[in-house]
Design a protein. Structure first.
Length: 550
């Protein structure tokens, strides 16, 4: 019998425990309309298993669950759970309730039509929006009742199996057109004093506030009483804080319902505030990194805030979300050729709970496809990675044409990691080929013993001391300086120890975390012992042992 999934700290990491073991979500999120028919669920889930996913993120549509007010239909939910079990998948349900990408498009028609009972948000100019007002108790009651019914239903059919491992509440909440709601109720609250609950919570966490929040509050003298504008200033960023407080308190009520019914991890997701846009131009007041303190204070029952990443600079966005008070889970990322590399990166660099490309059913289930290969290897790595999570023993690698190299340090070693195309003899580095996004991870098992895994990477080791001695060499594949162009410049050797590459073994990892030998890599495959590498067309796991010589 399995237990309910839960979160557990291990040093600096938060681990998701599923079936009594730390679990990494090797996931994918379904396209918005792909769980709206029994036939689609039947057809898609076996493909997800072939792709190597262990978890599928599935929308739970309010309009289909409660088509008639007070009458609930869980046919699609039941089908998704059954089909997941048959295909060895876990499920994360996404509550498409009052808000989906800011809008209220998934609210049932009876709710939408009764706009007097279920009021809309208004722009400053007084235009009603297709966005339910978070200030309305009626909106909350209707949304919360349907969500609670869903939780009751899941509890009734999944208590012993534990197929449903987490719930996302709403989807990309956020206010559009203006930074806040200008409904009558919202205006009255905006012109009243800021809730003492928020101020007390910010005061308590003052030392660790997000720099943006600290600056905004500090600019106005860290006042503890007054209206929103008196405490935070008169601008749209204050409007956004006000709105985030409303959304987060609303979500907290749903989260508390869920906890009381079926206590499993809960999260919210955010559309990024990218490309220099201002609140109102992007879905403002959602669970964005710069609003994390407001969301943490307003919705303490939510376990984490998650980024949906469709923009460039994947690594930059994830860094904003891996915070001391926020573990990293990526419910949506653009499904790209580099998705496999990105998955390796977030687990290696940020002890992530999971990674999920969006519209996953559109991906390839060919065993050679990068994501399929990546997930197969990450599944093997899971017992080893989770053993070391939170202990500062791993780093993630993510390379492309702009980011070719990263220098790392473990013990007394300087470890230079590079894109595979950086090898001086790789013609693709110079023939104008587009450099694919590549990546992986490096895990220190013990002194001079590493796992290096991923795709399209090259790794070199040096003693820190050795780096102080400058050596400039141009070497061909044979390891000799090129004829005629002998630019080799050697300074006097200082006599410190050097590090050598010992055995480099390609391995597979068994469920209990033990290693099985596949093949020894040496000769050309390690540039005669100078580096460790994995080509761009494969994902593999290497067990590398180093040694010292003088
Ligand atoms: C982010 C949303 O959360 C998804 O549901 C979907 O609408 C994608 N954007 C866009 O394709």
């Amino acid at each position: 019998m399995s237990v309910k999934p839960f979160l557990q700290e291990q040093e600096t990491a938060t681990q998701l425990i599923v079936d009594n073991r730390p679990f990494l979500v090797l996931g994918g999120e379904l396209g918005n309309s792909s769980a709206a028919s029994i036939e689609d669920i039947e057809r898609i889930f076996p493909k997800l298993q072939r792709m190597g996913l262990n978890t599928v993120l599935v929308p739970a549509y309010w309009d289909l669950i409660e088509p008639v007010e007070g009458k609930f239909d869980f046919t699609l939910i039941d089908k998704a759970i059954r089909q997941a079990r048959e295909n060895d998948l876990k499920v994360v349900f996404l509550w498409f309730g009052a808000w989906k990408n800011s809008m209220s498009c998934y609210a049932p028609l009876w709710f939408k039509k009764d706009y007097k009972k279920y009021p809309r948000a208004y722009t400053k100019a007084g235009k009603p929006l297709e966005i339910a007002s978070s200030f309305s108790e009626n909106v909350l009651q209707a949304d919360n009742r349907a969500f609670s019914q869903l939780m009751e239903h899941i509890a009734s059919i999944d208590k012993t199996e534990g197929t449903v491992i987490m719930m996302q509440i709403e989807n990309e909440i956020g206010m559009l057109e203006d930074a806040r709601d200008y409904s009558k109720e919202a205006n009255a609250l905006f012109n009243s004093d800021v809730s003492s609950a928020l101020i007390n919570c910010l005061t308590k966490n003052k030392k660790t506030l997000h720099p943006k929040m600290l600056e905004k509050w500090g600019n106005h003298g860290f006042k503890t009483t007054g209206t929103w504008q008196e405490i935070f200033g008169d601008d749209i960023y204050t409007d956004e804080i006000f709105m985030a407080w409303s959304y987060s308190q609303y979500v907290e009520r749903l989260a508390q319902s869920a906890r009381a019914i079926h206590n499993i991890p809960l999260f919210v997701n955010a559309a990024m505030n990218s490309r220099g846009r201002k609140p109102g131009e992007y879905p403002s007041a959602g669970p964005l990194a710069h609003l994390i303190d407001v969301w943490r204070c307003g919705a303490p029952s939510i376990d984490f805030l998650s980024p949906d990443i469709y923009d460039k600079d994947f690594a930059g966005w994830v860094t904003q979300y891996k915070l001391h008070n926020n573990p990293l889970f990526i419910p949506e990322a653009r499904l790209v050729q580099g998705s496999g590399a990105q998955a390796f990166y977030v687990f290696g660099e940020h002890d992530a709970i999971g990674y999920c490309p969006f519209s996953i059913e559109g991906g390839s289930d060919n065993p050679e496809a990068p994501l399929v290969q990546a997930y197969a290897k990450l599944r093997e790595l899971m017992p080893v990675l989770t053993k070391f999570q939170g202990k500062g023993m791993s780093k993630g690698l993510l390379f492309d044409q702009e980011n070719k190299e990263r220098i790392l340090s473990f013990d007394d070693l300087t470890i230079t990691t590079r894109h595979f195309f950086s090898l001086p003899w790789d013609p693709r580095a110079t023939d104008g080929s587009v450099w694919p996004e590549t990546g992986g991870l490096i895990l220190r098992l013990a002194k001079d013993e590493y796992i290096i895994a991923g795709s399209g990477i090259v790794v070199e080791f040096k003693k820190n001391e050795e780096n102080k001695i400058s050596e400039v060499k141009e070497l061909g594949e044979d390891g000799f300086a090129s004829a005629g162009g002998n630019t080799q410049k050697q300074t006097a050797w200082q006599g410190s120890a050097r590090v050598g590459i010992g055995p480099v073994d390609e391995i597979t990892i068994n469920e209990d975390g033990t290693f099985s030998y596949v093949r020894r890599l040496n000769g050309d495959q390690t540039h005669q012992g100078r580096h460790v590498r994995i080509g761009v067309d494969e994902f593999s796991i290497l067990h590398v042992r180093l040694y010292e010589y003088r």
